[in-house]
Ligand binder design. Structure first.
Ligand code: ADP
Length: 191
């Protein structure tokens, strides 16, 4: 399976992505996690990405695209992968399409978590207290939401047009959301 998870910041993509990836025995690839790991290790990529992340801005497409290209070329992703947090721009959609087409495959489904934005801001502020992510201040959270609405939400229409968009209600308990996603993906796996 080649899957994407989309949804605004705080929608629970990461949590759901790891469960689903495990179920299909494919790696969950989170661009946010890869950037954070690089920031933590002080690599040149991390140093560049940090400037953008701390402000809630997107890391430039060229940087992000190269990183994803390398990651999905790893042997563990040969049979499929689940991307969480990528693509977020139209340029990234096009780049991903060509990366996948080059391997003779196609995307199977795009799972979009539909959530209430104000509830998300609250969820993120709570997470900021427990996890202490540098980009979880209220101002940066609002900026990330705004960018999502402007640049990333429109991508859902692209995937709807391709006929591979699956919208899932992302509100409620984690397990309930997992069950909804699993039910929707079963249909894809059978088709
Ligand atoms: P969230 O979904 O809560 O914004 P992520 O962990 O997915 O958090 O991403 C954190 C930050 O990493 C983003 O705000 C952005 O700066 C950067 N980032 C992650 N994925 C991408 C991407 N596909 N394109 C550009 N920047 C990205």
């Amino acid at each position: 399976m080649r899957l994407l998870f989309m949804g605004p910041p705080g929608a629970g993509k990461g949590t759901q992505a790891s469960t689903v990836a495990e179920r299909y025995s494919i790696p969950a690839v989170s661009t946010g996690d890869i950037f954070r790991a690089n920031v933590g290790q002080g690599t040149p990529l991390g140093i560049e990405a940090k400037r953008y992340m701390d402000a809630g801005e997107y890391v430039p497409d060229e940087v992000t695209n190269l990183m994803v290209r390398d990651r999905i070329a790893e042997p563990d992703a040969a049979g499929g992968f689940l991307l969480d947090g990528y693509p977020r721009t139209l340029a990234q959609v096009e780049e991903l399409d060509s990366m996948i087409a080059a391997t003779g495959h196609r995307l199977d489904a795009v799972v979009a978590l539909i959530v209430d934005e104000e509830a998300l801001v609250q969820r993120l502020l709570l997470r900021a207290q427990t996890e202490g992510r540098a980009d979880d201040t209220e101002e940066v959270i609002r900026r990330r939401m705004e960018l999502y609405a402007e640049q990333t939400a429109p991508l859902l229409e692209v995937y709807r047009d391709h006929g591979i968009l699956i919208e899932v209600d992302g509100m409620g308990e984690v397990d309930e959301v997992t069950a909804r996603i699993a039910a929707a993906l079963e249909k894809v796996a059978q088709s």
